[in-house]
Design a protein around this ligand. Structure first.
Ligand SMILES: [Zn+2]
Length: 69
């Protein structure tokens, strides 16, 4: 009787790949970095959605709220 002693077949590869994830804190940093990125936090006081940016005003496309700069 022959005993088939098979070795291997089981691929135990260890994945040591590190994925760099951009932290959410970056957004907060940008906020302070420049005025041009300030628009990110402009939100509509009524519906809490981001306001559309225009030359001299911000506008909410949801409720129509407009705020002059
Ligand atoms: Zn609104």
């Amino acid at each position: 009787m022959g005993m088939a002693n098979k070795k291997g077949g089981k691929g135990s590869k260890e994945k040591t790949e590190k994925k760099k994830k951009p932290s959410a804190k970056v957004a907060a940093v940008y906020e302070v970095a420049g005025d041009s990125l300030k628009r990110k936090n402009r939100k509509c006081p009524k519906c809490d959605v981001f306001l559309g940016q225009h030359q001299n005003r911000v506008h909410c496309g949801k409720c129509g709220y407009t705020e002059m700069k």
